[in-house]
Design a protein around this ligand. Structure first.
Ligand SMILES: [Mg+2]
Ligand SMILES: [Zn+2]
Length: 272
């Protein structure tokens, strides 16, 4: 389905934990993290934590090993692979960082399923320490969105993705966190939002669902996410096939066989 863009948040959406917390906890730096948390923004804190890990002798290899153990629901992986095989344009918009996300996606062998990843830059410097920078340079050009943290406005990123794609496409947005509310508000009538049930973005959406223009479909775990995502993709593909058929039928007599697109849609349904 070339007409569909699926945008995934990463933490607690693709993986079943928060990668930042996971690394800090697994390497035993939770106490320091909790002590520093009230004193600085999250993105700054993560960069600081990477400095602390490095100065306490933790190596990049230690971080990679921990990242390769993150919990992931097998059906989430399946959903991503099937949506990609269908020709959907898959993207990630995340407040984690490029290093964590690339390491995990490569380990799960799904990196090539995604056409784009918008997240905070993360790189290993010459001392072998991981540096985590803000996505938006908030000193030079603040994004001006009151809903979002200063380092990243996911709504602005969604607008940018929409602008970069010339044709009208339908967006399906999946997320769990507070930061996923702003992009949900920017969806159009023809789009879909899949908030994770009982997580912060779900609470914000359900408080006033009329503010959301797209269709809302909640999900709880990887199994439900796969089922609902496949259903939405299939519904869109049927609708678009039906439109193609009605256009075709204007110039085709009733005796002629149905256009090919109709039978391929039926195969799609059976496959699902
Ligand atoms: Mg998340
Ligand atoms: Zn925003």
């Amino acid at each position: 389905m070339a007409g569909i863009v699926v945008v995934f948040d990463f933490d607690k959406t693709i993986i079943d934990c928060d990668s930042d917390n996971w690394v800090v906890d697994e390497l035993g730096f939770n106490d320091l993290f909790n002590k520093l948390h009230p004193t600085m923004p999250w993105n700054t804190l993560m960069n600081r934590m990477m400095m602390e890990l490095h100065s306490h002798g933790k190596t990049i290899e230690d971080i990679v090993q921990v990242l390769q153990r993150v919990p992931v629901h097998p059906r989430t992986l399946q959903a991503i692979k099937i949506a990609h095989a269908f020709g959907c344009d898959l993207r990630i918009v995340s407040d984690a960082n490029t290093f964590f996300i690339d390491t995990i996606l490569k380990h799960l062998e799904i990196r090539e399923c995604f056409s784009g990843i918008n997240t905070n830059p993360g790189y290993v410097n010459e001392e072998g320490r991981l540096m985590i920078l803000p996505y938006h340079d908030f000193n030079k050009c603040p994004h001006g969105c009151a809903l979002c943290p200063q380092n990243m406005c996911k709504g602005l990123i969604i607008d940018g993705i929409r602008e970069s794609i010339r044709e009208e496409k339908r967006f399906i947005y999946l997320g769990d966190g507070v930061g996923d509310y702003c992009p949900s508000l920017r969806l159009k009538e023809r789009d879909f939002v899949m908030p994770r049930k009982d997580y912060p973005v779900w609470g914000l959406i359900m408080k006033d669902p009329l503010r959301i223009k797209g269709e809302i479909h909640e999900w709880s775990d990887g199994e439900e996410m796969e089922r609902i995502l496949m259903k939405i993709i299939n519904t869109i593909s049927l609708k678009e096939s039906a439109q193609l058929i009605s256009v075709d039928c204007k110039s085709v007599s009733a005796q002629e066989p149905l256009p090919q697109v109709f039978s391929s849609s039926m195969i799609t349904i059976q496959y699902l």
